[in-house]
Ligand binder design. Structure first.
Ligand SMILES: *Cc1c(COP(=O)(O)O)cnc(C)c1O
Length: 354
């Protein structure tokens, strides 16, 4: 039986995508060859890469606005340093909203001065800082749109003259935003787009080429742009599956359509968390993520019963991150409203037992 997969990452992907991907592994486009045993320079694969890049730009509404999409390797973690390598000349601002921002700050400090414009570390990242001041003269301001571990999400993005860099690993393609307010967006594929192994980078070309340092080729956005994401062998499988997922999203009506479903899923789960005396939400209500919902069980003695019920219902991946504890339900695009319904049924059964 297929399980209800609430895993935080690598995450659930649409069934039809998994099916098509497995077919391509055996026989790609009726070529008698596997997708993963052909040249990345072959016409068939070049077309995959182009389609994937075009779909990303199209779904984000960035056509004709001076952006390039790249599929790179090294995960979002490599983007922590690559963003700084390419953009940080003297001083950059960082909003610290959790573990991933913390890690990006650590890398940026290797390249220049880092101003932490705001932080919610004082409350273990339960909230998104607001009303912070952004100093003048920043090379860029770095944000993490969704905090996968703590279950918070930025709803209102700051307005600033500095270029905006955003780690959208865990909420890209999940909600409508004016994506042109960002100058650099990056996202590891494995949260909401595909398997691990590739990272989507969407960059406004005009912000590049301004730092004085030499940049190693593999870490230089301009090199990857000039080679159409084929400077070296790309992760062909991860790019292909990402392309299929983006196609799936486009066919269902794009970000506008998926956002409606994502809102419904989040409402269903959060209203159960708020109603039930057995569970307590972790993140501040105003800053709750529609992708990752974090909550605790109020009476630890009920934990085993709950865990057993989850198992019986075929629910996978609900354990909280080790730095927060409790539970985390990740409701990425491919997770159905029905799966959230199954979880909510188990939670209300707990109420009767609690
Ligand atoms: C998972 C995650 C990362 C790390 O991604 P890798 O691809 O494993 O390097 C970075 N940022 C956010 C917001 C994440 O959720």
């Amino acid at each position: 039986m297929k399980k209800h997969n609430f895993s935080a990452g690598p995450c659930i992907l649409p069934q039809e995508v998994l099916l098509k991907a497995s077919e391509a592994v055996m026989d790609f486009n009726q070529s008698g060859l596997s997708l993963i045993e052909i040249s990345h320079r072959s016409k068939d694969f070049v077309e995959v890469m182009e389609t994937a890049r075009d779909l990303a730009i199209e779904l984000l509404g960035l056509e004709g606005k001076g952006y390039k999409a790249l599929f790179l390797q090294g995960g979002a973690s490599t983007q922590f340093l690559m963003a700084a390598y390419n953009l940080l000349e003297t001083k950059a601002g960082y909003l610290n909203t959790g573990t991933w921002s913390d890690k990006s700050i650590k890398e940026a400090k290797l390249f220049g001065e880092v101003v932490e414009v705001g932080s919610s570390k004082d409350e273990n990242f339960k909230y998104i800082p607001k009303g912070y001041t952004i100093p003048d003269g920043l090379d860029y301001l770095h944000l993490t749109s969704n905090n996968t571990i703590f279950g918070t999400q930025i709803n209102k993005f700051p307005v600033t003259d500095a270029p905006l860099v955003c780690d959208m690993s865990s909420d890209i393609f999940s909600r409508q935003l004016d994506f042109s307010q960002f100058d650099l967006i990056y996202a590891g594929a494995q949260k909401n787009m595909g398997p691990a192994g590739t990272t989507l980078v969407v960059v406004k070309e005009a912000i590049l080429g301004k730092v004085s340092r030499q940049i190693p080729s593999m870490l230089d956005y301009q090199v990857h742009i000039s080679k159409d994401s084929m400077f070296n062998t790309p992760s062909v499988f991860a790019v292909y599956v990402s392309m299929l997922t983006l196609q799936w999203l486009k066919d269902m009506g794009g970000i506008a359509a998926i956002e409606k479903i994502n809102q419904k899923k989040a409402q269903l789960l959060y209203s159960e968390i708020d109603l039930s005396p057995v569970f307590d939400g972790y993140a501040n209500k105003n800053d709750r993520s529609i992708m990752n919902a974090t909550f605790n069980i109020t009476d630890e003695k009920l934990k085993d019963t709950f865990d057993n019920l989850l198992k019986e219902a075929g629910i996978n991946g609900l354990n909280g991150h080790r730095s927060v504890g409790g539970y985390r339900a990740s409701m990425y695009n491919a997770l159905s409203l029905d799966s959230v319904g199954v979880l909510v049924d188990v939670m209300s059964e707990m109420e009767r037992k609690g």
